[in-house]
Design a protein around this ligand. Structure first.
Ligand SMILES: Nc1ncnc2c1ncn2[C@@H]1O[C@H](COP(=O)(O)OP(=O)(O)O)[C@@H](O)[C@H]1O
Ligand SMILES: [Mg+2]
Length: 341
């Protein structure tokens, strides 16, 4: 056992990012398996990331099968623990918010503050590991596309822009795969860079259209970043672009090696001589550039090709929104399966 908090036993480390460590854990009372992402709040960047993740996941009122579910978030300071709630007036929570706003630690740096994100545990690794350790399979690809578009439509309806969609942040849950023909469940995770677009202006009751909510913090991971994100003026259409890169790469098994981790990652790119360049960066330089989709003949039908081209349009307004995307993918999947039989 690694360490414990009265309610949970941490069993083993399953992931380590730049901001925190993720553990497989069990709930002591019920023996249920959960994942715990433990973030040490010793630097303002960590606090900001943790709060972003907390605000996004706790703002979702209902659950979606393809979005990671936050069971609770616990704030631990030295030996003390308390459940964190949105808008709480507890002094510990307010100190974290102040730290994030000021960009400097406002509490005694000698005391150890930790945030524990308790989530559903995904036992199948991430989308890279899952797909790259198996032969390409059309049924799996179709199921994954539908699950991802459904998750994105749900997030955008809930006014959340993810901003870091990539196969590392898409996790696989195999626990409910009892019959051999069932595909695993995908869960969109890692909301550390996400943004909840809150209502402003005259009618705070009116839902916000995430496709008109402009953001300016350039963030994400190079290969999945839309051209307008590189420039720092973008909306939820940036998520559509990232998903376009992921789906294109999945259908054609396009991978590259991450220079830092040396890991093979699913992601499409543009070739410029011997170098590979992120599609968004290349489009920023030359918005008229024609993308070579598909790279291999017969890896997708004409409708799919057209849809990916639109998802990767240089102009975000030419991309479908998440709701149209979901509809079109359902249509393509349905036609594909009826053609098969
Ligand atoms: N709910 C979970 N179940 C199983 N593994 C997880 C879970 N959440 C995260 N992980 C593992 O930990 C890694 C890092 O988690 P992530 O939320 O992406 O944080 P980071 O901000 O450090 O990238 C993931 O890539 C995955 O391998
Ligand atoms: Mg991550």
């Amino acid at each position: 056992m690694v360490s414990s908090q009265p309610k949970y036993d941490l069993i083993r480390e399953v992931g380590r990012g730049s901001y925190g460590v993720v553990y497989e854990a069990v709930v002591r009372k019920t023996s249920a398996r959960v994942a715990v992402k433990k973030i040490r709040c010793h630097a303002p960047e960590n606090v900001e990331l943790a709060l972003r993740e907390f605000w996004a996941l706790s703002s979702i009122k209902s659950q979606h099968p393809n979005v990671i579910h936050l069971e609770e978030c616990i704030l631990q300071k030295d030996g003390m623990v308390q459940k964190m709630s949105h808008g709480s007036s507890s002094s510990l929570y307010l100190q974290l918010v102040e730290t994030s706003l000021k960009g400097e630690i406002v509490f005694d740096p000698r005391s150890a503050y930790y945030l524990w994100f308790v989530m559903d545990f995904c036992d199948g690794g991430d989308m890279n590991e899952y797909l790259l350790s198996r032969k390409p399979n059309r049924k799996t690809n179709t199921s994954f596309m539908l699950q991802l578009s459904s998750a994105l439509a749900f997030l955008h309806k809930n006014q959340i822009i993810h901003r870091d969609l990539k196969p590392d942040n898409i996790l696989i849950s195999q626990s409910r795969m009892d019959a051999s023909d069932l595909e695993p469940t995908l869960k969109v995770a890692d909301f550390g860079l996400s943004k909840v677009c809150s209502a402003s202006g005259q009618n705070p009751e009116e839902p916000v259209n995430v496709n008109k909510c402009f953001l300016s913090t350039a963030c994400g991971t190079d290969f999945y970043m839309a051209p307008e994100v590189w420039e720092g003026h973008y909306t939820a259409k940036a998520d559509i672009f990232a998903l376009g890169i992921i789906i294109w790469a999945m259908l054609e098994r396009i991978t590259f090696i991450d220079t830092e981790t040396k890991k093979e990652l699913l992601g499409s790119y543009v070739k410029q001589g011997a170098a590979i360049v992120p599609v968004g960066e290349a489009l920023l330089e030359n918005p008229k550039m024609e993308l070579l989709i598909p790279v291999k003949k017969k890896s997708m039908n004409a409708q799919m090709k057209q849809l990916i081209k639109e998802m990767l349009a240089a102009n975000p307004q030419d991309r479908p929104d998440a709701f149209e995307l979901e509809l079109r993918l359902v249509n393509i999947a349905f036609k594909d399966s009826s053609w098969d039989t």
